[in-house]
Write a protein of this length. Sequence first.
Length: 493
Amino acid sequence: MRRHRSCAQGRGPMNLMLPRRFQSAERCTRRSARKACCRRVSTGTTLQGIIMKYNAYDTVTAVVKSWTSKARSSNIRSTKRNSNFASMPAYKSIRKYEKVGAMLGIKSPFFRAIGGRVGNSCIIDGRKVINFAWCDYLGLNQHPSLAAAAAAATDEYGTCVSASRLVAGETLLHAELEREIASFLGVEEALLFVSGHAANVSTISTVVGDGDLIVHDEFVHNSAVLGARLSGAAVRTFSHNNLEALENILHETRTAYQNVLIIVEGLYSTEGDVPDLSRLIELKQRFGAWLMVDDAHGLGILGATGRGCAEHCGIEPKSVDIWMGTLSKTLASCGGFIAGSRALVDVLRYAAPGFVYSVGLPPAMTAAALAALRVMKAEPERVERLRANGRFFLREAASAGLNTGNSRGLGMLPVIAGDVIATVKLWHKVFDGGINSSLIVYPGVPLKGGRLRFFLTSEHSEDQIRLAIGTTSACLRGGRVPEANRAVASMKG
């Protein structure tokens, strides 16, 4: 029977230690709907009974969405004075998550400490598992030249620069890495930031402001969304990779704003797909807009030599106004960068808050990223091995009937599981089977779009990939992972 709207939205009868408004039924105007799905549940009702009678999974995930939205809006708009942090809506929301998890027998999958050096396998909770949760795409985290470069830089410069680069924190290493990044990407200049998040937030909020417009894909990273919000510009969103919708927005609004910035990703980290960069360039030129591409995941994955989305799409890199990237994924270090024209970089160098008012990158991290970039250029076979692993994973996943969405098999692949609770339960089963994957649930993805992400590296073997797919498939079907699988997982790599 079709559920009434009030229950479908999570306002129906459940008594899972929820806020009072969730503990009794809504008043429905339709008697049949009230009789079917809005009956009061007593406080003594068992959790199993709730699940069986009222589809608790759907309701709990809807409640989780309500809590998350309320925490966000309350933290922003509430005028009530909090006497301590425990009274904040965000804190209360965290505690409610924990209570629901405890009632459903779900342990938190977050903040699990890793022991030892991480590669295609790692140690978690004292046991070895095959690792698909790190973005170490070319397997450089364990490359000896990176550790040697970091040690040498520490010996020469010390552990930090202790000042903004603008005034006293500049080193020869910073300038050298920026030159090599710009040359590798085929643009004029690059600028380093202490993180990819800071690079996005600072750049977006510097280049546009009041009287301007930002139009971005609905799936861009939080840092781009936050940068847009802080900029003071008007913001419009278009559905994922729907460039017809983008064109309509530009057609309707372009003349009302001085500057327009279009923001997309080169490789979407939750979907595993890429944009039509040629069409985006045509649109930005026709409407006189700027185009920013967050290629944090594209570097090292896309293109025959790993130069990113521009190489993959066969376009001139200078056709894109702003390239953003990180040092923490393929380059196995920490930090972020912006690359583009000399004029852009000069503006950011003197005006971007996340650069001007921040300490410079530590010498060790700068040197490690520089060494990684040089290894990447010297060993292009790593890029090809990664691409081959992506094709193999996608092919095997399709054979196993796994839902990988729109993924192109380019470095990271999602396995879509459904709602929050189903996805968390799946993650635990897969982890117990010896496979460490990346858990993504709402609000990182749509409420029913929870998924496990598998980040591939050039160093994963086909046996490890087969084991990951077989384990995930068995867990989705409700079967048990054979003990032999766990033993094999603990011995791999």
